[in-house]
Design a protein around this ligand. Sequence first.
Ligand code: ZN
Length: 94
Amino acid sequence: MMLHYTCQQVLDYLSDYLERSLPAEELVRLDEHLAVCPECVDYLNNLQLTLSAARAAYGERETIEPIPEPVVAAILAARRLAPPNVGRGKNETN
Ligand SMILES: [Zn+2]
């Protein structure tokens, strides 16, 4: 019945997921994907740790607002975390 999320979709929704601003049905689908995709679970765990660290740096007042995408991108770049199964082209510095 329900279409499963792809890893890309999960990544798109992750910040909403972490902000708990995701509609219930989307949450269910995301959880379903996480149940079968250890890579996304691992990624989510890393992201959670990183974002809580970022929040601490930004200050508690920022917690109401969703994390801006550029911030997330910058954090991920800094931590050299490549999203699983997301083909955005390889930009590795070798
Ligand atoms: Zn996945």
